[in-house]
Design a protein around this ligand. Structure first.
Ligand code: NAD
Length: 281
């Protein structure tokens, strides 16, 4: 396994491309939009340089890794000759299924198709391709180059070989793997979305300020980040889609907080838009 295609050049796609390139894979990063590609290119280059300056990458490793990534808006170009595809497009079932069906036509049969969904069913995505045995979920975490975990979730028909390929790729990227049986939200999003939503409800009810809710969780419960600053990092639009899916599949306790809905309607999407529960420069 030498070549990886990453589909979607947003927060997660960029991070997965970074980690795959540093691990020595040849990477094709694809996004529909040239502007997204431009942002991905400069952000990966900047992050790699920062890592080299801080000694996390050896001298020259940043440039060599960056040169292993090809950027494109063409799905055909990205996926025609690849061993593993990791999809990181928007958290919407119909968009993921559309991408998987296209990939199924473009990719050689040996290619494994993985989704980086935070919540959704790899069985449902894989079943709409001609190769459900080659489909799987690989759930990375943000920021990918710093976070150690990948949750791997098999669909109903995922083969042992596909699981082994996904695990090997994650481990080559120096990640720890947990295997999770398929339930909405896996382990992490199921837990984290609930905590985040409760923090938003508490903010809306006036229990405490955003700063104090986050401070209480960090200093009182030893969370490395507060739930509101974490939601801002994830992106409030992405978090709302996660909540909507979990509400649909797991029920009432995942009803999205009205404040989250209001912020997304206002375009306050967290760090990526400059404001969410906090303001960013
Ligand atoms: P994002 O909004 O930052 O990026 C999504 C990118 O996908 C955009 O650049 C968009 O142009 C592109 N895109 C949309 N449709 C496309 C298509 N058909 N083909 C190619 N590119 C397309 O989103 P993100 O935060 O990177 O999330 C991506 C996926 O990763 C989602 O499924 C999300 O749930 C999951 N995820 C997100 C986080 C997080 O912290 N943000 C963590 C783990 C998993």
């Amino acid at each position: 396994m030498k070549r990886i295609a990453v589909i979607g050049g947003g927060i997660m796609g960029r991070g997965i491309a970074y980690s795959a390139a540093v691990a020595g894979f040849k990477v094709h990063l694809q996004d529909l939009f040239p502007e997204a590609i431009d942002i991905a290119k400069s952000s990966i280059q900047k992050e790699m340089k920062k890592s080299a300056d801080r000694g996390f990458l050896n001298p020259g490793e940043d440039e060599a890794s960056f040169n292993r990534i090809t950027f494109t808006t063409s799905l055909e170009e990205a996926a025609a000759e690849t061993d593993l595809v990791i999809e990181a497009v928007l958290e919407k079932m119909e968009i993921k299924v559309d991408v998987f069906q296209k990939l199924d036509k473009i990719c050689p049969y040996h290619t494994v198709l993985a989704t980086n969904t935070s919540t959704m069913s790899p069985t449902e995505i894989g079943a709409q391709t001609g190769r459900p045995e080659k489909c799987i979920a690989m759930h990375f975490f943000n920021p990918v180059h710093k976070m150690k975990l990948v949750e791997i979730v098999r669909g109903l028909d995922t083969s042992d070989e596909t699981y082994a390929i996904a695990k090997r790729a994650a481990e080559k990227m120096k990640k720890e793997v947990v295997e999770v049986n398929e339930f909405p939200g896996f382990v992490t999003s199921r837990m984290n979305c609930l905590i985040g939503n409760e923090a938003m409800n508490m903010l809306m009810e006036g229990v405490a300020s955003a700063e104090d809710i986050d401070k209480a969780m960090k200093l009182g419960l030893n969370h490395p980040m507060g739930p509101l600053e974490l939601a801002d990092l994830v992106g409030l639009d992405t978090r709302l889609r996660n909540m909507e899916y979990l509400y649909e599949t797991l029920g009432e306790k995942y009803r999205p907080c009205p404040l989250l809905i209001k912020y997304v309607k206002a375009g306050r999407l967290g760090r990526k838009s400059g404001a969410g529960f906090y303001k960013y420069d």
